[in-house]
Design a protein around this ligand. Structure first.
Ligand SMILES: NC(=O)c1ccc[n+]([C@@H]2O[C@H](COP(=O)([O-])OP(=O)(O)OC[C@H]3O[C@@H](n4cnc5c(N)ncnc54)[C@H](O)[C@@H]3O)[C@@H](O)[C@H]2O)c1
Length: 278
């Protein structure tokens, strides 16, 4: 496997690109937004400088390995695709049939979605056996484990191909069956949502909620710091997906979360969420 297609140049697309390129894979990174590609260009350059400076083992990327483009047809010669676009069903639903036309029929397409059913995505294509979920953790270059999701029709060969690629970038996969939110986000999103309710209901401040999770439970980060890292928009869209998929009111998004997203407070990537990053 040499040439990897990565779609979506946001938080996750950047991380997946860094991890692939750091292990010698060529990456074709596609986004509809030129500004997102520019941000990646700058980040790859500054991260490589920082890694060299600190001597740390983060991805030091040869920029010539990464091709940035807004042209989806550049994926016609890739060997594997990781899709990381915005967590909105209508956007993914418009993309998958186009990918099916552009990519070679043998190419595996991995959805790095937080909550959307892999079987539902696979139903948009003519290659349901070659679609699976690869739920990378954020920040991708430092997280060793990936939740790998087998859809209804996903073949053993597809799972083996994905696990092989993960091995080649020094990660391992834990394979689970398909259900909205899989294992990780079915639990995490409820936790984050309930933590936002605690702040909305003035039971505690965000810092106090996080302190309890860090100090009492030994978690490295509290749920609201985690939400800022993931992106509050991505959190909200994922909870919306869970709510719609399960038709269960326990996944109703907290109104404060929706208000913050509407106000442009998207967490670290926007400079402001439950905490300030300016
Ligand atoms: N943020 C996380 O911690 C995290 C973790 C695991 C999985 N995910 C999932 O990864 C995916 C991306 O999340 P993110 O946090 O990187 O989002 P993001 O908002 O940071 O980036 C999404 C990118 O997708 C681009 N995009 C939208 N539609 C597109 C299209 N049709 N073609 C090409 N590019 C398109 C946008 O321009 C944007 O640059 C989502 O499905 C999310 O649920 C996120």
């Amino acid at each position: 496997m040499k040439r990897i297609g990565v779609i979506g140049a946001g938080v996750m697309g950047l991380g997946v690109t860094q991890s692939m390129a750091a292990h010698g894979h060529e990456v074709v990174l596609v986004d509809v937004d030129e500004a997102a590609l520019d941000r990646v260009r700058q980040r790859l350059a500054s991260d490589a400088r920082l890694a060299r400076l600190l001597g740390v083992e983060t991805a030091e990327v040869d920029p010539s390995l990464v091709h940035l483009t807004t042209d989806l047809s550049a994926l016609d010669d890739v060997d594997f695709v990781v899709e990381n676009i915005t967590e909105k069903w209508h956007l993914k639903a418009a993309l998958y049939p186009r990918l099916d036309d552009v990519c070679r029929p043998d190419v595996v397409i991995a959805a790095n979605t937080s909550a959307i059913s892999i079987t539902r995505l696979a139903g948009l294509t003519r290659r349901a056996d070659r679609i699976l979920g690869m739920h990378f953790m954020n920040p991708v270059p430092v997280k060793p484990t990936v939740e790998v999701i087998r859809g209804w029709h996903t073949s053993d060969d597809t799972v083996d191909t994905a696990l092989g690629l993960l091995g080649a970038i020094a990660k391992r996969g834990v394979v689970v069956a398909d259900a909205p939110g899989f294992v990780s986000n079915r639990v995490l999103m409820l936790t984050v949502n309930e933590a936002v309710y605690l702040v909305q209901d003035q039971v505690a401040t965000a810092a106090e909620v996080d302190e309890i999770f860090r100090s009492c439970f030994g978690h490295p980060m509290g749920p609201l710091e985690t939400a800022d890292l993931i992106g509050l928009d991505t959190i909200l869209y994922s909870i919306d997906v869970l709510h719609e998929s399960f038709s269960d009111s326990k996944y109703r998004p907290c109104p404060l979360l929706r208000r913050m997203v509407d106000a442009g407070l998207h967490g670290r990537k926007s400079g402001q969420g439950f905490y300030s990053y300016n």
